[in-house]
Design a protein around this ligand. Structure first.
Ligand SMILES: Nc1ncnc2c1ncn2[C@@H]1O[C@H](COP(=O)(O)OP(=O)(O)OP(=O)(O)O)[C@@H](O)[C@H]1O
Ligand SMILES: [Mg+2]
Length: 498
């Protein structure tokens, strides 16, 4: 364990008789090792508690456990009886809705006024009850740095070389790239990956560098909530939506050079909510933003949120949000937001969706990392109104049916995408014929006309396209009331994306 200034701060606080210290971290194992070292430097016994193993003296699984201390209240009573020591409780915040636990914590904290020691709580974005807040100090354990990963790599190579023959065929540059690819992982995860690379074939080679990425992807996707989404097209493949594009373009420099932006006084943008008519390019924009900004795109799939593991879903959701923050800077895309949170007000599932919804809203507002959220929705009636309030998103855009110019552009983009030359067609006529069409409906007409032309052995012409367009009943004709309702709703609450 390298010396870590995070723990110097902890020791200072304990010496200064701060009795309740919250350490905000996703790396509890790393924190634990630091606490144990701090305790020995402070000449204090170290105790650790978790709901599953109860209160234990020491860090090792073989260290003695105090029987009957799994219940938080009992464990806190045992702390009172023990008196002096450094007591680490992990995940205690999950029990703060129990007033007995909160009042026990207060008793323990008061007791440290007269005795040496402290109660240390670990967790991620721990929310303290009002009663505890005045007594607590929060330290944020900074994430692993390039040097931490490098030290870890060197240490593992050393350790394994002592036990087995290890061939290291990495240039200095390769090592740098390998270490870079570990960014965003916790040190525990990074250790697992490097170990696997070494042990599998007794060697570390340049081609292992790519395998770090694959392993990282696996870690990100293991919860089944987040998915690395490939993105291949930029905003130049999106027609119209000039207002939205301009807004995004003005933030590009901040995203690509966040440090300089921060020095200038500008923070990383939070995100946008895109609402509107189906098939008009909301999802397309979400994908293009990541490409345009050169950031990885993570997609949150809300349909897995309320899966079979009901009790777990809240936990999984929190973990997914932590993962997103760790991999920052990224674009996080939440498609069809209303599907994830529509049932939030109903208590049909024992309040799980309501709690996840609350967690998500506070995450939107308070999150730390450079995560740009693009959320999309086409069913505004089902969207909980909380999303619309100020502060959750930087801006809410309304994406309407494309106007004449945008439709011409959509025709050109999709014709070119399918190896057709727009100059051979009468675009003016097609623009008129597709009035009221969404981008998706225009695209479908082109594809159908191409199938017809190919089957009859002819080339695509204006007539064939007009036939398909004429045969299409766009949503604006079949459900005009629905579109009107969306528009009326949006007029008061959103900014036009055009
Ligand atoms: N403005 C546009 N420019 C270019 N292509 C578009 C545009 N709008 C829609 N399309 C085409 O239609 C397809 C479907 O659009 P997209 O999935 O982005 O719609 P959406 O607004 O997310 O709809 P929904 O509300 O149904 O999810 C896109 O993949 C793209 O090929
Ligand atoms: Mg969509």
């Amino acid at each position: 364990m390298p010396t870590d200034s995070n723990f110097d701060e902890l020791e200072l606080l304990i010496r200064a008789k701060y009795a309740l210290i919250v350490v905000d971290t996703v790396e509890v194992e790393r924190a634990e090792q630091g606490f144990a070292l701090s305790a020995s430097r402070l000449n204090l016994l170290y105790f650790t508690w978790s709901r599953s193993h109860g209160l234990r003296r020491g860090v090792l699984p073989s260290d003695p456990v105090m029987t009957g201390t799994e219940e938080p209240a009992k464990a806190l009573a045992a702390v009172e009886a023990e008196g002096v020591g450094l007591f680490h409780f992990r995940g205690l915040d999950a029990h703060f809705d129990d007033p007995a636990v909160v009042s026990h914590v207060l008793d323990v904290v008061q007791q440290f006024n007269a005795r040496r020691g402290a109660l240390v709580l670990t967790g991620h974005n721990v929310r303290l009850p009002d009663a505890l807040r005045p007594h607590a100090t929060v330290i944020r354990l900074s994430g692993a740095s390039f040097d931490d990963y490098r030290a870890l790599l060197e240490r593992l190579i050393r350790e394994y070389s002592a036990r087995m023959p290890v061939k290291v065929e990495l240039t200095h540059e390769d090592r740098g790239r390998l270490v870079n690819n570990l960014t965003g992982l916790t040190l525990t995860e990074a250790e697992k990956i490097i170990t696997r690379l070494i042990v599998e074939d007794g060697a570390l080679r340049a081609r292992d560098i790519e395998r770090v990425n694959a392993a990282k992807r696996q870690i990100v996707e293991q919860d089944g909530l987040l998915e690395f989404y490939p993105h291949t097209e930029g905003l130049d493949q999106v027609a119209g939506l000039g207002g939205l594009k301009g807004w995004l373009a003005r933030r590009r420099a901040v995203v690509t050079d966040p440090r300089r932006a921060e020095a200038f006084g500008l923070g990383f943008p939070k995100g946008v909510l895109l609402l509107g008519v189906p098939g008009c390019g909301k999802s397309l924009c979400a994908k293009s933003v990541a490409h345009e900004w050169g950031l990885p795109l993570l997609k949150l799939d809300p349909s897995n949120l309320y899966d079979k593991y009901v009790g777990e879903s809240e936990h999984n959701f929190k973990r997914a949000m932590q993962t997103a923050e760790r991999l920052a800077p990224i674009v996080l895309w939440i498609d069809e937001l209303e599907k994830a949170f529509a049932s939030a007000s109903a208590d049909a599932d024992g309040g799980v969706s309501h709690r996840i919804f609350g967690t998500f809203l506070s995450w939107l507002q308070d999150r730390q990392g450079d995560v740009f959220v693009v959320a999309t929705s086409n069913d505004v009636a089902k969207l909980p109104p909380e999303f619309i309030r100020k502060g959750r998103f930087d801006e809410i855009f309304f994406v309407d049916l494309p106007g004449d110019e945008a439709r011409a552009e959509i025709l050109r983009i999709h014709l070119r995408k399918r190896k057709q030359d727009p100059a051979t067609l009468d675009l003016t006529q097609l623009v008129t014929a597709t009035r009221g069409f969404s981008g998706a409906e225009i695209e479908e007409s082109i594809v159908s006309a191409m199938y017809a032309a190919f089957a009859s052995g002819t080339s695509l012409d204006t007539g064939a396209l007009l036939t398909e367009v004429g045969a299409t009943r766009p949503l604006s004709k079949t459900m005009p009331e629905r579109l009107d309702a969306i528009r009326r709703w949006a007029a008061q609450r959103t900014v036009a994306a055009d």
